[in-house]
Design a binder for this molecule. Structure first.
Ligand code: SF4
Length: 108
Protein backbone atom coordinates (compact mmCIF):
# COMPACT_ATOMS: atom_id res chain seq x y z
CA UNK A 1 0.00 0.00 0.00
CA UNK A 2 2.67 2.43 0.99
CA UNK A 3 4.73 1.51 -2.08
CA UNK A 4 1.85 2.43 -4.41
CA UNK A 5 1.52 5.84 -2.78
CA UNK A 6 5.22 6.43 -3.24
CA UNK A 7 5.02 5.40 -6.91
CA UNK A 8 2.18 7.85 -7.48
CA UNK A 9 4.23 10.62 -5.98
CA UNK A 10 7.17 9.82 -8.18
CA UNK A 11 4.87 9.67 -11.21
CA UNK A 12 3.39 13.05 -10.37
CA UNK A 13 6.83 14.51 -9.87
CA UNK A 14 7.94 13.10 -13.21
CA UNK A 15 4.88 14.57 -14.95
CA UNK A 16 5.50 17.99 -13.43
CA UNK A 17 9.16 17.83 -14.34
CA UNK A 18 8.40 16.91 -17.94
CA UNK A 19 5.79 19.68 -18.14
CA UNK A 20 8.34 22.19 -16.89
CA UNK A 21 10.92 21.03 -19.42
CA UNK A 22 8.34 21.23 -22.22
CA UNK A 23 7.48 24.83 -21.24
CA UNK A 24 11.12 25.94 -21.20
CA UNK A 25 11.42 26.62 -24.97
CA UNK A 26 8.30 28.81 -24.79
CA UNK A 27 9.96 30.98 -22.19
CA UNK A 28 13.20 31.11 -24.13
CA UNK A 29 11.31 32.23 -27.24
CA UNK A 30 9.95 35.21 -25.36
CA UNK A 31 13.38 36.14 -24.02
CA UNK A 32 14.96 37.01 -27.37
CA UNK A 33 18.42 38.60 -27.56
CA UNK A 34 16.70 41.92 -28.29
CA UNK A 35 14.89 41.71 -24.98
CA UNK A 36 18.15 41.06 -23.18
CA UNK A 37 19.92 43.81 -25.13
CA UNK A 38 17.25 46.35 -24.34
CA UNK A 39 17.66 45.61 -20.66
CA UNK A 40 21.15 47.14 -20.64
CA UNK A 41 21.58 50.88 -21.24
CA UNK A 42 23.58 51.86 -24.31
CA UNK A 43 26.93 53.16 -23.16
CA UNK A 44 27.75 56.76 -23.95
CA UNK A 45 30.94 57.47 -25.87
CA UNK A 46 31.61 59.97 -23.09
CA UNK A 47 31.45 57.34 -20.33
CA UNK A 48 34.87 57.30 -18.61
CA UNK A 49 35.46 53.61 -19.37
CA UNK A 50 34.38 54.05 -23.00
CA UNK A 51 36.68 57.04 -23.36
CA UNK A 52 39.56 55.11 -21.80
CA UNK A 53 39.23 52.53 -24.59
CA UNK A 54 38.39 55.08 -27.31
CA UNK A 55 35.06 53.36 -27.88
CA UNK A 56 32.90 54.69 -30.74
CA UNK A 57 29.40 53.67 -31.78
CA UNK A 58 30.40 53.58 -35.46
CA UNK A 59 33.69 51.77 -36.08
CA UNK A 60 34.48 53.73 -39.25
CA UNK A 61 34.77 56.92 -37.21
CA UNK A 62 37.86 55.42 -35.52
CA UNK A 63 39.63 54.66 -38.80
CA UNK A 64 42.38 57.16 -37.93
CA UNK A 65 43.24 55.36 -34.69
CA UNK A 66 46.57 53.45 -34.87
CA UNK A 67 44.95 50.27 -33.48
CA UNK A 68 41.99 50.34 -35.89
CA UNK A 69 41.60 47.42 -38.28
CA UNK A 70 39.13 47.24 -41.14
CA UNK A 71 36.17 44.94 -40.42
CA UNK A 72 36.83 45.06 -36.69
CA UNK A 73 33.56 45.53 -34.85
CA UNK A 74 32.20 44.83 -31.42
CA UNK A 75 30.14 41.93 -32.78
CA UNK A 76 33.24 40.07 -33.98
CA UNK A 77 35.32 40.86 -30.91
CA UNK A 78 36.36 38.23 -28.38
CA UNK A 79 34.82 40.29 -25.58
CA UNK A 80 31.39 40.66 -27.24
CA UNK A 81 28.36 39.21 -25.42
CA UNK A 82 25.79 38.61 -28.13
CA UNK A 83 22.89 37.87 -25.77
CA UNK A 84 23.03 41.38 -24.29
CA UNK A 85 25.02 43.34 -26.90
CA UNK A 86 27.41 43.64 -24.01
CA UNK A 87 31.13 43.58 -23.49
CA UNK A 88 32.93 41.61 -20.82
CA UNK A 89 35.46 44.41 -20.37
CA UNK A 90 32.80 46.98 -19.45
CA UNK A 91 29.85 45.17 -17.87
CA UNK A 92 26.32 46.51 -17.32
CA UNK A 93 26.12 48.40 -20.60
CA UNK A 94 25.19 47.54 -24.15
CA UNK A 95 27.24 48.54 -27.18
CA UNK A 96 26.53 49.08 -30.84
CA UNK A 97 27.28 45.82 -32.69
CA UNK A 98 29.19 47.84 -35.31
CA UNK A 99 31.01 49.88 -32.70
CA UNK A 100 34.69 49.53 -31.91
CA UNK A 101 37.30 50.22 -29.26
CA UNK A 102 41.08 49.87 -29.04
CA UNK A 103 40.78 46.70 -26.92
CA UNK A 104 39.25 44.84 -29.88
CA UNK A 105 40.55 41.27 -30.28
CA UNK A 106 39.33 38.95 -33.01
CA UNK A 107 36.81 36.39 -31.83
CA UNK A 108 38.05 34.00 -34.49
S1 SF4 B 1 36.34 45.19 -26.18
FE1 SF4 B 1 35.37 44.49 -28.08
S2 SF4 B 1 33.17 44.27 -27.59
FE2 SF4 B 1 34.12 45.51 -25.98
S3 SF4 B 1 33.77 47.65 -26.63
FE3 SF4 B 1 35.80 47.02 -27.38
S4 SF4 B 1 35.48 46.24 -29.47
FE4 SF4 B 1 33.46 46.35 -28.44
Amino acid sequence: MKKTSCTMTRRNLLKKGLFSLAALPLGMGVMTPQVFASSLPLISEDHPQARALNYVHVAASASGHPSFKADAYCDNCRFWVAATNGCTLIPNFSFEPKGWCQAWVSAG
